[in-house]
Design a protein around this ligand. Structure first.
Ligand SMILES: *Cc1c(COP(=O)(O)O)cnc(C)c1O
Length: 363
C-alpha cells in the first residue's frame, strides 16, 4: 500500500472559482495562470477543468508544449518570454504568445526568422522594478514591434507589486498612472490585473485579466478570507495517523527535543513531512485537522513525519484522517503560522505526493 498522503484536487471547485473570476472580470477576457504546474495542482487536469478560460499563461516552455501536444488550442502566453533564439523557434512552431520585457529579447527576435505571426505582450515596468521596459525604452520597443512584419497582435502589460494590501493603494495608483502614459500613446489592448487587483481594483480589469491564486481557492487579499470572497479550496492535502505515543510530563518529541510535554499527552504521528512539501518552519501550534477536529502540530516537522497533539481528541487513533490544509482548514492559516504565503505551500507540494482529481464535492 502506498503511504497515505494524497493531494485531492476538486475539479468543481476550480470551475466554481473560475466563475467567480468571470463575475468580477466583467467584460475582460480571462487568462488563467497555470505556471509552476498550475501552482502545484497538476497542469493538464487543471486545464481540463478550466477549458472555458479564454487563454492560459505559463512560464515554462515545456509546459506550453505539453499543453499543445495534449490538444489545448487556447492562446498560451509565456510570462517571462523566451530565453534564447531556440525558444523562439519552439514558440513559433507551437503558436505560443510571448511576453517581451527586455531589449535582449528584442534583439533575439530581430535576428530570428519566424514562420508565423507572433502575438506579443509587451511588459512595462511601472514601479515593481522586476521585469519590463521603462517608459522610454517601451516607446522604442513598441515602434520596432509595430513595424515588424511577423509580429501579430500587440498587448500592453504590467504587473502590480502591492494589490494584496489595502494600505498600499497609493502604489497601485502610481503604477496605473505610469502605465496610462504608454496606453495613451499606443491605444493597444492592455492587461494589468492579477487576482488581488481583479478583486480590489476594477479600474485595472482592462482587456485581459491574469488570475492565478484565486482560481485555486486561496485568498489573494490580506484583509479577506477565501470564504468571504466565495472562493473554494481546490487542493486538500490529507494523510493519516500512523502511530500513537503517550508522553509523560516533561517528555520531549522529535528532532532537537524542541517540544516538551507540560502534562501527560497523547501524540499522533502523521505521514507527512517536509519532503512532501509541508513547511519545516511550521512551529508548534500550527493548525491541523484530525478526524475533522482542529488541533495543533507539536515539535519539529521532520522529513517524512510530523507530530500532532491528540490529547483532546480521544477517539483519534492509527488510521485517523488528517487534513494538512484544504477543506475545513484554509491554507492561508497554515501559511501564516509557518511565516509564508499560500502560493509557496502550493508550489512546494512534492512530486512524491500523489494527486487525485475528485469530481464530486462530497468525496
Ligand atoms: C503569477 C502571475 C500572475 C498571477 O498572480 P496571482 O497573484 O496568483 O493572481 C499574474 N501575472 C503575472 C505576470 C504573474 O507572473
Amino acid at each position: 500500500m502506498p503511504r497515505p498522503i494524497r493531494a485531492l484536487i476538486d475539479f468543481l471547485a476550480l470551475q466554481h472559482n473560475l466563475s467567480i473570476v468571470r463575475k468580477h472580470a466583467r467584460n475582460a477576457q480571462i487568462m488563467a495562470v497555470i505556471k509552476a504546474n498550475a501552482y502545484g495542482h497538476g497542469l493538464l487536469s487543471t486545464v481540463s477543468a478550466l477549458k472555458s478560460a479564454d487563454a492560459f499563461a505559463v512560464l515554462e516552455l515545456e509546459a506550453a508544449v505539453r499543453l499543445r501536444e495534449a490538444g489545448v488550442d487556447h492562446p498560451i502566453l509565456l510570462l517571462e518570454g523566451y530565453f534564447s533564439t531556440e525558444d523562439l523557434v519552439v514558440a513559433d512552431q507551437y503558436r505560443l504568445s510571448t511576453v517581451i520585457h527586455h531589449k535582449e529579447q528584442l534583439v533575439m527576435l530581430l535576428a530570428s526568422k519566424l514562420k508565423n505571426k507572433l502575438n506579443v505582450f509587451v511588459k512595462i515596468n511601472t514601479g515593481m522594478n522586476r521585469l519590463g521596459f521603462t517608459l522610454g525604452d517601451a516607446v522604442a520597443a513598441l515602434n520596432t514591434l509595430r513595424s515588424h512584419p511577423t509580429i501579430g497582435n500587440i498587448t500592453l502589460m504590467t504587473h502590480f507589486a502591492c494589490a494584496d494590501d489595502p494600505l498600499q493603494k497609493i502604489e497601485i495608483i502610481e503604477q496605473i498612472e505610469c502605465f496610462s502614459v504608454i496606453q495613451k500613446k499606443f491605444h493597444l489592448p492592455c492587461s494589468m490585473a492579477n487576482s488581488a487587483a481583479i478583486l480590489r481594483y476594477p479600474e485595472t480589469l482592462a482587456d485581459w485579466v491574469r488570475p492565478g491564486i484565486m482560481l485555486y481557492g486561496a485568498s489573494p487579499l490580506l484583509d479577506k478570507t477565501a470564504a468571504e470572497l466565495d472562493l473554494r479550496p481546490v487542493m486538500t492535502v490529507t494523510s493519516k495517523i500512523i502511530a500513537i505515543q503517550h508522553l509523560a510530563l516533561k517528555d520531549k518529541v522529535g528532532y532537537g527535543g524542541h517540544f516538551q510535554a507540560d502534562r501527560p499527552m497523547r501524540i499522533g504521528i502523521v505521514a507527512c513531512g517536509y519532503a512532501d512539501g509541508y513547511p519545516r518552519h511550521a512551529p508548534t501550534g500550527t493548525p491541523i485537522l484530525v478526524d475533522g477536529q482542529r488541533t495543533r502540530i507539536v515539535g519539529r516537522v521532520s522529513m517524512d513525519m510530523l507530530t500532532v497533539d491528540l490529547t483532546s481528541i480521544e477517539h483519534a487513533n492509527v488510521g485517523s484522517i488528517v487534513i494538512l490544509w484544504g477543506k475545513g482548514l484554509p491554507i492561508e492559516e497554515v501559511a501564516e503560522s509557518a511565516g509564508t504565503i499560500s502560493y509557496e505551500l502550493f508550489c512546494a507540494l512534492s512530486s512524491r505526493v500523489e494527486t487525485q482529481t475528485i469530481m464530486n464535492e462530497n468525496q
